[in-house]
Design a protein around this ligand. Structure first.
Ligand SMILES: [Zn+2]
Length: 609
């Protein structure tokens, strides 16, 4: 068993000048009550072989005096971590950690605060979201159509020279049936075109001027994979464009400049550091995004390890794969790996573009949209798998989930089982027979747990369109976990908050993180905190192909760590989302907070709780 005694007094005195001011000396080691229901387990994780008083390494930093939840294979607890350079050189008891303390070692007393591996986000949109947050009309803080139009009017007045008013962040439930109306925008913006994306990114709200510039009239057909919402009587476009129909207007807007993109990515990195996230998978990148990542990485500003998912263009076929190979070769360096291809197989449930096996209730024969024809999908995934790419699917409806699983199955039949780590994001509605296939086919279930409580999206825009038996398998995180599948979590920011602590709370409670709901939604699908933490650390690292170097606190891994203001295992689940990150280390260096562990100021320009 690990030792539980504090550092010897002599060491305390020798290093007192380096101590954090936060605590009066060394805190008592955590009691079993503090370390949670499971209590401390096992020996100190990764304790140096033959550790004790004869350690050869003097660490740059020793953190001790608080519960260290390592997320190693046996989910060990420890009470001290030693860091040298960018790596962890020791994890285990405080007594043995003393041997790593030399005259120049910074010794930080955790004062009972918790250390975790830094979080990893398996599905997020940092550049596009950061850019829209920092350099366009940001509607994320409003919730009503009145507030949206007011914000648009103010933004337009403040940007008189902008040729287009663009922005995003509005919520579908703010409009009847989730369909916004161009007339609301025309009233405040008659002369300039407006293009505003919904928070989920699947619908654009545009005004008459924008429709005119795009040449959209009564007779314009719906493009493949999209829909122009129309007035049922006149057939005229109402100002709401779904999925691929969005690009009819979006293609007319001048793209963001590289400087604007860099501003956006810097914003996202500051925000992610604040939330303790140091690795992520960007769920959709184009060539210009790869340039942005490269530019910040070359400048030493990229404070995250990035996996870039190259965007599969639905209007094209296998002929786009050579370009992906070229991008992988060109852009995989430093902290960036362009090793994944993103295939979006359907739309979203709320707009009835998610692909279902049986029709939406009350919508005639409507079964949503399969974006890539299923036989082509099999060929594409087989070819990408053969070329060593990871495939990152967007699948929401039960038909889309099945088509993606079938495609992976086809790839394995042809190529054999390889360490591909293909993963499927969003995965809202399951046919239960497909649940075990994730494990069998080695497909990672990439959930966005913040969506798994009974908010308006579920109660108003989802459940009314499903018969009772199909309502049981919505975001079945617990079922997937019990089936033996690997679960990874992501935020899909800016669709949802990028704060993993909010998402973790919902995974554990299936209730709104801010008291929005009072009863758990599908309570059998709750998972325990240990599994939820793994999905945001080690198993997200697995899907990012970084589990050999990150995702847990083990000797030899990179020192990507966070310190929280409380022990997550010692608080009621409803407080998980209130927990604050005090310090984020990226390769041993603070990128948020400092060694004093005082409550940090919010990063520049980053709002929110
Ligand atoms: Zn996404």
């Amino acid at each position: 068993m690990r030792t539980r005694s504090p550092l010897p007094l002599v060491l305390l005195l020798a290093t007192v000048t380096a101590w954090a001011t936060a605590g009066p000396g060394i805190a008592a080691p955590p009691t079993p009550a503090q370390t949670g229901p499971t209590g401390p387990q096992g020996a100190g994780a990764g304790a140096a072989p033959g550790g004790g008083s004869t350690a050869k390494t003097r660490a740059d930093v020793v953190l001790h005096g608080g519960p260290v939840y390592t997320v190693d294979a046996v989910r060990s607890w420890a009470e001290a971590v030693a860091i040298k350079g960018d790596k962890i050189v020791y994890v285990g008891g405080s007594k043995e950690a003393a041997a790593y303390i030399g005259p120049k070692t910074r010794v930080v007393d955790l004062g009972g605060r918790m250390v975790l591996p830094a979080f990893q986000d398996a599905h997020i949109h940092p550049i596009s979201s950061g850019t829209s947050m920092s350099v366009s009309c940001n509607l994320h803080d409003q919730t009503t159509k009145e507030a949206y139009t007011k914000k648009v009017a103010e933004y337009a007045a403040a940007h008189p020279s902008a040729s287009w008013i663009r922005g995003d962040g509005w919520l579908l439930p703010a409009f009847p049936g989730g369909i916004p109306d161009k007339r609301l925008l025309d009233a405040v913006l008659p002369g300039r075109p407006a293009y505003l994306e919904s928070k989920d990114g699947h619908t654009a709200w545009v005004n008459s001027k924008a429709l005119e510039i795009a040449g959209i009239t009564k007779t314009t057909p719906d493009p493949a994979g999209g829909r122009i919402d129309r007035d049922p009587k006149t057939g005229e476009a109402v100002g709401s464009l779904q999925d691929s129909a969005m690009s009819l207007v979006a293609d007319k807007i001048p793209p963001y400049t590289q400087e604007e993109r860099k501003t956006g990515l810097r914003y996202a990195l500051r925000m992610l550091a604040r939330y303790g996230v140091t690795s992520f998978q960007d769920a959709s990148v184009g060539p210009e995004d790869l340039e942005t990542y490269r530019a910040l990485d070359a400048a030493g500003e990229l404070t995250a390890r990035v996996v870039a998912s190259l965007w599969w263009e639905r209007s094209k076929g296998l002929e786009q794969i050579p370009a992906f190979l070229n991008e992988r070769r060109t852009f995989t360096r430093g902290n960036v790996r362009a090793t994944t291809v993103k295939i979006m197989q359907d739309g979203v449930f709320e707009a009835q573009t998610a692909a279902l096996l049986k029709p939406y209730v009350g919508k005639g024969e409507q079964k949503g949209l399969s974006m890539v024809e299923p036989e082509l999908l099999k060929k594409a995934v087989t070819e990408l798998d053969h070329d060593g790419f990871q495939v990152h699917f967007h699948a929401i409806g039960d038909a889309a989930i099945r088509q993606c699983l079938d495609a992976v199955e086809a790839a394995r039949r042809t190529n054999g089982a390889r360490d591909a780590r293909h993963h499927m994001a969003h995965i809202q509605l399951f046919d239960p027979t497909d649940i075990p296939r994730f494990r069998t086919l080695g497909v990672v279930a990439n959930f966005q747990p913040l969506w798994a409580f009974a908010d308006d999206y579920i109660t108003e825009l989802t459940l009314p369109f499903l018969d009772a038996e199909r309502q049981r398998f919505i975001y079945p995180i617990g079922s997937l976990l019990r089936s033996g599948a690997v679960i990874a979590f992501g935020s899909d920011w800016s669709v949802s908050s990028a704060n993993p602590l909010e998402e973790l709370e919902v995974a554990v409670t299936r209730m709104g993180p801010n008291g929005e709901t009072k009863t758990p939604y599908l309570p059998d699908e709750r998972i325990d905190l240990r599994d939820a933490l793994a999905a945001f650390t080690l198993d997200a690292a697995y899907v990012n192909f970084q589990d050999d170097t990150t995702g847990s606190i083990e000797t030899g891994k990179l020192a990507d760590l966070i310190v929280l203001d409380r022990n997550l295992f010692a608080i009621p689940p409803a407080q998980i989302s209130e927990t604050k990150v005090l310090l984020t280390l990226f390769g041993g260096k603070p990128i948020f907070g400092d060694w004093s562990l005082a409550t940090p100021a919010l990063p520049d320009g980053v709002a929110g709780r």
